[in-house]
Design a protein around this ligand. Structure first.
Ligand code: AMP
Length: 533
């Protein structure tokens, strides 16, 4: 039989390494508490549309890295798809595609090289099937040869949602209303900010009128190519400061406070050699202007770029700046800089963040190209990098997301947050420190004969209840074996024979000193405690 292993990109964390993980998590809780953050735990999976809307369709995360599945009853897709194609094919042929226009139609298509490319704007109600849609289009293409593939899927709020959406959406309503509800597209969370903002909206946290300061520690999932420091299940520590504008959520002081907290946190972990890299990507009105300028600058040169960047230049030019492709560096260096497109308010906001950081002595570098991989960022964006990490050098990333709550259908709730790669933090610590030593128990209890097993458990219970870390041997072991095992696992061995059991006076040997003493049962915990110091 083949031996099963952990899935590629996932891994087991074992002691003693987990001691280090616990220490980092304990430090997180201690430091964040000083800033008055409370913990939030959101579900590990969410409705797919949360990420499609919250993180952005064109991001790498949403377009190719999510673990998504259809949850619930299945239906005969082939039948529905054929019916849908027959009914709708004529409609594509009359539409033209305007790439720059805001979504205005439910469907737009364009004829290219005799085949069809089209864009689907799906309604919220059927967005749950969106992720499988791209695959379906590829399948239709294979079958009919008519489609080039899917360009984009957008989810505005469309009232005529029932007219055109996903194939399932349309036909399900015609075939049976029941199907529609029985299946939902779910996704393992690739990040946690969207989930936190969803929870903020769902629980009306804004109604308190106060800032919400929430942190989380938990696993995230992305189908990325695994390498050192990059996993498919990885852990993030993150925090969000979010609230109504009246609570001061837009203030640059919030940004600076979060950055200062991160600097203090890394200091507290004794992580040195980090660099805080900062930029402002401007407000929701600055960005379109900049994107238009980028598009214009990219138009004459994009053909010389890598295929990925050619695609990004069309679909989401900001992403080109994120590119790590060395061949495209020279072109990227000539592109316009966002700093020249910030309005006065965004400029003043950024200047105030920098001034507050200067005042508390937190050092930073400004990188005008730092736009980050997620669509929701506005104004301040940042990363902390660490040279010890190699290619995957980002320890953490974050920024302001003033429009995210509204993008998810919530109230205006500006916010700022970050997510830190816990796996990478651990790698940084491991390269700086010796492997943690296995933790030794305070004592190993050796029952001398099987008849003493039960009293040994009672003794162990007694000591554990007094806070002692106890290993329990077995009366079937010869005494020599008990000593051997005890020596590996504990600082002391307690011998429990008939005499000791009857008298309540136990024989304790300290492995380090070789000293053997007789200790009354009632004094054991105290004796073990002092021998540990
Ligand atoms: P992001 O949500 O992409 O801004 O990522 C925030 C942080 O999470 C990064 O700076 C990394 O430290 C960490 N991270 C992101 N993706 C991965 C991954 N696949 N494996 C390990 N850590 C990751």
């Amino acid at each position: 039989m083949t031996v099963l292993k952990a899935v590629r990109g996932t891994r087991d964390l074992l002691p003693p390494e987990t001691e280090l993980w616990n220490r980092v998590e304990a430090t997180t809780r201690r430091v964040f508490a000083r800033y008055n953050f409370g913990e939030i735990r959101t579900p590990i999976f969410e409705d797919t549309s949360l990420f499609a809307r919250g993180v952005g369709e064109e991001t790498d995360i949403v377009s190719k890295e999510m673990y998504t599945w259809e949850d619930g009853e299945r239906f005969d897709r082939d039948l529905l798809r054929d019916k849908w194609l027959r009914e709708n094919i004529a409609r594509f042929e009359s539409w033209s595609l305007d790439r720059t226009a805001a979504p205005k139609a439910d469907f737009e298509g364009q004829q290219m090289d005799g085949s069809w490319e089209f864009v689907i704007f799906a309604s919220q109600t059927t967005s749950s099937q969106l992720l499988s849609l791209a695959d379906e289009v590829r399948e239709w293409n294979a079958a009919s040869g008519r489609f080039r593939g899917i360009g984009r899927i957008v989810i505005p709020t469309i009232s005529e949602a029932a007219v055109v959406t996903t194939p399932e959406g349309i036909l399900i309503e015609k075939v049976s209303g029941a199907f529609h509800k029985s299946s939902q597209s779910l996704t393992l969370r690739p990040e946690n900010t969207a989930g936190v903002v969803r929870a903020y909206i769902e629980h009306k946290l804004g109604e308190s009128g106060l800032l919400q300061k929430l942190f989380y520690i938990g696993p995230q999932f992305r189908r990325e190519r695994p390498q050192k420091g990059r996993y498919r299940q990885f852990w993030q520590i993150g925090a969000e400061v979010i609230g109504p504008p009246s609570a001061g959520s837009e203030s640059p002081l919030r940004d600076a406070e979060v950055l200062e907290m991160l600097a203090s946190f890394l200091d507290e972990l004794n992580i040195t050699g980090w660099t805080l890299v900062l930029n402002s990507v401007g407000s929701a009105t600055d960005r379109p202007k900049y994107v238009a300028a980028l598009r214009e600058a990219l138009a004459p040169v994009k053909d010389q770029m890598s295929p990925d960047n050619q695609r990004r230049a069309e679909t989401n030019p900001l992403r080109v700046l994120d590119s790590k492709d060395p061949a495209d560096e020279a072109i990227i260096a000539t592109l316009p800089k966002i700093a020249d497109f910030l309005d006065d308010e965004s400029k003043a906001h950024f200047a105030a963040v920098l001034a507050a950081l200067d005042a508390c002595g937190v050092q930073y570098e400004i990188n005008p190209r730092l736009v980050r991989g997620l669509d929701y960022y506005t104004r301040t964006t940042f990363e902390f990098t660490h040279d010890g990490l190699g290619a995957q050098n980002a320890l953490l990333g974050g920024g302001r997301y003033d429009g995210l709550s509204e993008m998810l259908g919530g109230p205006k709730a500006p916010g700022i947050g970050f997510a830190m790669g816990l796996d990478r933090l651990i790698l940084t610590l491991q390269s700086a420190e010796a492997e943690p030593a296995p933790v030794l128990a305070d004592a190993f209890i050796a029952p001398l004969g099987e008849a003493l097993n039960a009293p040994a458990l009672a003794l162990a219970r007694d000591l554990r209840r007094q806070g002692m870390r106890i290993e329990l041997g077995d009366g079937a072991f010869r005494i020599r074996k008990s000593f051997e095992i005890g020596n590996k696992l504990a600082r002391n061995i307690i011998l429990l024979g008939e005499d000791e059991h009857a008298s309540g006076i136990l024989t304790v040997k300290n492995f380090a000193t070789g000293e053997q003493t007789k200790i009354p049962r009632g004094d054991l915990a105290q004796a073990l405690r002092s021998s540990g110091n």
